[in-house]
Write a protein that binds this ligand. Structure first.
Ligand SMILES: [Zn+2]
Length: 77
C-alpha cells in the first residue's frame, strides 16, 4: 500500500533578471576565462570566484533544484 501522497512542487515564475543577482562588481573580471560549465570565454565570476556565465550558473542551479525536488517527492529528503 502506497504511503501518503505529498503535494506537488509548484514552480513560481522566474524573476525577469534570472535567479541570480550578479550586478555587483565582484562578479566581473577584466580577464576573460573559460566558463567552468561550458568552456566559453566569460568575464563573469560566480560566488566562489570561478569563471561562469550567469545563464550557465542558473541552469546548474535549476538542475540541482530539480534533483532536490524529485528526491523530496520520493521521500528521500
Ligand atoms: Zn557557460
Amino acid at each position: 500500500m502506497p504511503g501518503p501522497r505529498r503535494s506537488a512542487v509548484v514552480a513560481a515564475p522566474l524573476p525577469v533578471g534570472g535567479l541570480l543577482n550578479w550586478s555587483g562588481s565582484a562578479h566581473f573580471s577584466k580577464t576573460a576565462r573559460p566558463c567552468w560549465h561550458c568552456g566559453a570565454p566569460t568575464h563573469l565570476r560566480d560566488n566562489n570566484d570561478r569563471p561562469a556565465d550567469k545563464v550557465c550558473a542558473e541552469r546548474a542551479l535549476a538542475d540541482v533544484l530539480q534533483v532536490v525536488a524529485a528526491h523530496s517527492e520520493q521521500g528521500r529528503l
